[in-house]
Ligand binder design. Structure first.
Ligand SMILES: [Mg+2]
Length: 302
């Protein structure tokens, strides 16, 4: 039932968040990737830590991960080793580990070492996401949010067919259940802080939604799963739609009783590192208001 995979993913995020927090204290260095999104040494170091451990536990599995190693020079290499020394993390060859993906396999891990890097560099919320799928079917996932609403480290996890759980501030895991909100105008809507399209706010205005949560990262999926929000609308484009961005939240919302589709109520799915859709947006909700949302979006388009 994928408990071993789930346990490993939870253990990894419990340690991994210490890496970006370490870099935050030291003052971090931000590079720019080809698609102009920022990447920091903390992204690279966190990915190295996660890949090192996935490889050690499941050497036959394939890994899909966000960051590539061409950005590491001697200086940044030293800084990563300094971080690992202080946190007592042992990785022999960080460059090779960063780029390690294993052999092709039906068993695939997704790794987003820091989701919401733009938020991270500004001291706002960010998340670490790990997912696991077999034959492209999501089986387990975990999202950790190091500074969740003053509660400290929050960990959200899901196993397919079993349910979703969350632990806040080191407390015991408890079952997650989406909200009972059935009124669209009273719904709490999560939207991106840094990437949006005008039609999202137009939709909110038309249906009378005035409670908005603007935050970075896949934390928005967690807000739906733990009932602190009811709806999340995310326009996507080709350059920002990878399985590591969406698989963890997708499974957590569904296992908490919610729904995740494209704007026409059609499924989204995962193929290797790609997220697939029929229409370029992701709608995640408590399930109850989902049809109302889809119907209004249809009207908005016509
Ligand atoms: Mg990332």
């Amino acid at each position: 039932m994928y408990y071993k995979e789930s346990e490993l993913a939870i253990d990894l995020v419990k340690e991994a968040y210490k890496i970006p927090e370490w870099f935050k204290e030291k003052g971090f260095k931000s590079f720019e990737k080809r698609d102009q999104s920022p990447v920091t040494l903390a992204d690279l170091a966190t990915q190295i830590y996660i890949i090192h451990n996935l490889k050690a536990k499941f050497p036959e599995d394939h890994i899909l991960a966000e960051e590539e190693g061409s950005l590491i020079n001697t200086k940044s290499e030293e800084l990563i080793y300094e971080c690992f020394d202080e946190l007592k993390i042992k990785v022999e060859d960080i460059k090779i580990t960063l780029n390690y993906r294993g052999s092709p396999s039906a068993r695939e891990w997704t790794v987003d070492p820091i989701d919401g890097t733009q938020g991270y560099v500004k001291g706002l919320s960010y998340a670490i996401g790990i997912g696991f799928m077999e034959e492209s079917d999501p089986k387990t996932s975990v999202i950790s949010v190091p500074n969740y609403d003053d509660e400290g480290l929050a960990i959200f996890s899901a196993v397919k067919g079993i349910g979703a759980n969350a632990s806040y501030g080191g407390k015991k895991f408890k079952k997650l259940k989406v909200s009972n909100q059935d009124s669209l105008k009273d719904a709490v809507l999560c939207i991106s802080l840094h990437y949006n399209k005008p039609w999202v706010l137009e939709f909110a205005k038309q249906v009378g939604i005035n409670k908005l949560i603007r935050i970075d990262s896949m934390l928005k999926f967690c807000k739906i799963a733990d009932a602190s929000a009811d709806l999340y609308i995310k326009p996507i484009d080709l350059e920002h739609s990878f399985s590591w961005d969406f698989l963890p939240g997708y499974l957590i919302v569904r296992e908490a009783g919610g729904k995740v589709t494209d704007p026409s109520n059609r499924p989204i799915w995962f193929e290797g590192d790609a997220l697939r859709w029929s229409e370029p947006a992701v709608i995640a909700s408590n399930g109850i208001i989902h049809d109302k949302v889809v119907n209004h979006l249809k009207k908005l388009q016509s």
